[in-house]
Design a binder for this molecule. Structure first.
Ligand code: 4NP
Length: 148
């Protein structure tokens, strides 16, 4: 079973949304994948996703309420795919000795960062994260798992 790990800074805003959408796509397409997410920091260890990440995911039919934030650990180097949200995540991951790091925005988004919505006012930042992550993951799943 292939293992996919999504990584952002806090593991409460962006990577939980990516985790939720990827789990949905995996189930929809009868793929046998192990999907998880983690943070480059432990700032929010043990916390549920941000209420706006829960809200926007729920709006599009995805339940991420059971997720809990955790920091990266050495065992995470076993994942087949380690997928980062932005260049800062990639830098932190490479400092921690991770190799073959994928940038999510290289799929369908011309290499763009998934913008950190944590300090943005309102809901638009979280809507944009959901939309960008959805576009990128549709592309990633098509390319990596031969979906039509
Ligand atoms: P995330 O967003 O990396 O998408 O989970 C953030 C969450 C928390 C913080 C920064 C970004 N923080 O500084 O606490």
């Amino acid at each position: 079973m292939k293992k996919i790990l999504f990584v952002c800074l806090g593991n409460i805003c962006r990577s939980p949304i990516a985790h939720g959408i990827a789990q949905y796509l995996s189930t929809q397409n009868n793929l046998s994948l192990y999907i998880d997410s983690a943070g480059t920091s432990g700032f929010h260890k043990g916390e549920s996703p941000h209420h706006k990440s829960i809200w926007v995911s729920n709006k599009y039919g995805i339940d991420i309420t059971k997720q809990k934030s955790r920091p990266l650990n050495e065992d995470d180097k076993e994942f087949d795919y380690v997928i980062a949200m932005d260049d800062a995540n990639i830098k932190d991951l490479s400092h921690m000795g991770f190799e073959h790091i994928i940038k999510l925005g290289d799929y369908g988004l011309n290499g763009a960062d998934i913008i950190d919505p944590y300090y943005l006012p309102g809901d638009e930042g979280f809507e944009k994260v959901f939309s960008d992550v959805n576009i990128a993951l549709e592309e990633f799943f098509k390319k990596e798992f031969d979906l039509t």
